[in-house]
Design a protein around this ligand. Sequence first.
Ligand SMILES: Cc1cc2nc3c(=O)[nH]c(=O)nc-3n(C[C@H](O)[C@H](O)[C@H](O)COP(=O)(O)O)c2cc1C
Length: 225
Amino acid sequence: MTDLARAVHDALNRTATSHTPEAAPPPHADGTRPLPAPGPLEPADLGATMGRRRSTYRFAHGSPSRAQLAALLHHGVGTAPRAGGLASITPYVVTRDGVRWADLRRPVPSLVTVRAGDPTEYVRQSIDQPPFADRVPTWIALVADLAPSRDRYPARHYRTVHLDAGAALQNVLLVAAALGLATCPVSGFDDRAWARLLDLHDDAFVAVLVAAGGAATPPSLQSRR
Ligand SMILES: Cc1cc2nc3c(=O)[nH]c(=O)nc-3n(C[C@H](O)[C@H](O)[C@H](O)COP(=O)(O)O)c2cc1C
């Protein structure tokens, strides 16, 4: 990370709650699982889907299925626009059995294991709203990478990386809404703790988390917290 970006991050992080979780599950270097091809999204009125999207705090219906996860990653992150067409955003998936990153550029898009084991306790200690840890079965971390743009654009391009993450976030949320899945964007997390959990290199950071679950509970049946 450039000195300027590091100085900005350090200054901003001094304004946030700091968390220092203890042990993350152990690193795991050699697991790769192909992602299924995403199924078609049901043709639906886009405006109706956008109108149906809501953040939820209830994740009562398990995890998204593998096919649903593939749709969130391929249709959601994979189709989002990125400034300069650069590989600025990489999705990571954190579930009860480990941490993986989604390599969507391989001939066979795959989930690559980073850590194996249950990270729930670590997650609880690294977010501002600890009750999410037990409730949320699947986290999608949208990881921003400053490296692809560093030699091509001036430092001001830093801003477009966040816009790329926002575009991917909204895509993921709308795909989830189309599939009837529960989601909530989460920005209250400790940068350093999540960089450690995901084993990120120095130019990468988590832009935003998406808490994701199976079928969403209708808004009329859930409280906000
Ligand atoms: C970038 C972003 C970050 C957010 N971070 C959090 C968060 O840390 N915790 C939380 O409970 N909700 C978070 N939210 C959810 C918002 O509170 C929610 O989107 C807002 O209240 C509007 O509700 P709606 O999504 O149902 O339209 C976040 C939303 C966005 C877009």
